[in-house]
Design a protein around this ligand. Sequence first.
Ligand SMILES: [Zn+2]
Length: 270
Amino acid sequence: MAFGARILAVLAVAVAVFTPTASFARPPGTKAIVVLTYDDALPSQLSIAVPALNAAGLPGVFFLSNLKPEAVESWRTVAADGHELANHTLFHPCLSATFPADPRNTLEAYTPHSLLQEIAQANTLLTAIDGKMRHGYAMTCGQTVAGGQDYIEPLRQSGLVTYARSVSASSDDLRRDISSLDRMNVPAAGFAEDATAQDLIAFAEQARAGGGMAVFLFHGVGGDHIAVSEAAHAELLAWLAAHRDTIWTTTLQEAFDWIDATSVGSAASR
Ligand SMILES: [Zn+2]
């Protein structure tokens, strides 16, 4: 009996660690949140990713930068289809060591103030496209230093954006209640060009097991840079569509708005 009790105690600990508690912020019945995000306003997102999302009935989040005038109407349609448009600056500055760029267009040449000015103007452009007054943000190249100073706290204080998505996620992040996330450092996972459908699905399954949120970070889909294959992306969408009963695939803004609107979220944030 003592041995049995010890087994039960071990199981109880395991359950406490690996089973999400009822206070996890997400709709009843679901076990995890998945968010599909796409950076840099790439043509393959309009030609491949958006049609695939629409066919699956799933929303995506698109972080736009370096926007082309001929693409504006397409992005307006994407927003009207229920996808989220979000801020990724106007000119996509990164640190000079990241990739070759005009030195005047690197993060070294900015200050937190000048970058926030650019983010504000990118917001204005987004509002002209989608009509919304609130937008999220993704750090360019995941970097947070402009002119040698970290700009995340000034960005938080500015109230310009509702969240800031980063470019890395740990396994701990997939077990975290999203109501406890720092919204100015929302974790996300990128994938290599040879990622298989199984690699992508495994990330969502980790979140389902952990009870947290899996934020996918895509660039190209079946084309453009850092592209996952069209087939792997399609298989992931099919898997998510088949698991709607347990996985809530939504946008970052909807996930955070849902948390803020529920007593679960307000209790957790107290
Ligand atoms: Zn980018």
